[in-house]
Write a protein that binds this ligand. Structure first.
Ligand SMILES: [Zn+2]
Length: 78
């Protein structure tokens, strides 16, 4: 599996992780990922993202700041 094939595989990985691929494409992606540490790392970071996002918004955005940011954005987009 060469570099270009892996990059196109990474693009497919998004669809693969969303579960929207046809079965034949899906099994081809699975066959590639099983032999590709880079794609495995991509999948792991993709699965980490929602947790990271939740922690970031929970920790870094107090409710009063969130409210003032929202009103600021409403002013700007009016
Ligand atoms: Zn790969």
């Amino acid at each position: 599996m060469n570099h270009d094939a892996c990059v196109s595989g990474v693009e497919l990985l998004m669809d693969y992780l969303e579960g929207v691929l046809p079965a034949d494409v899906r099994s081809a992606v699975e066959a590639h990922v099983s032999g590709c540490p880079r794609c495995v790392a991509f999948i792991e970071s993709y699965r980490e993202t929602p947790r990271i996002m939740r922690e970031a918004t929970a920790n870094a955005m107090p409710e009063d700041l969130q409210a003032s940011l929202l009103s600021f954005l409403r002013e700007r987009t009016r």
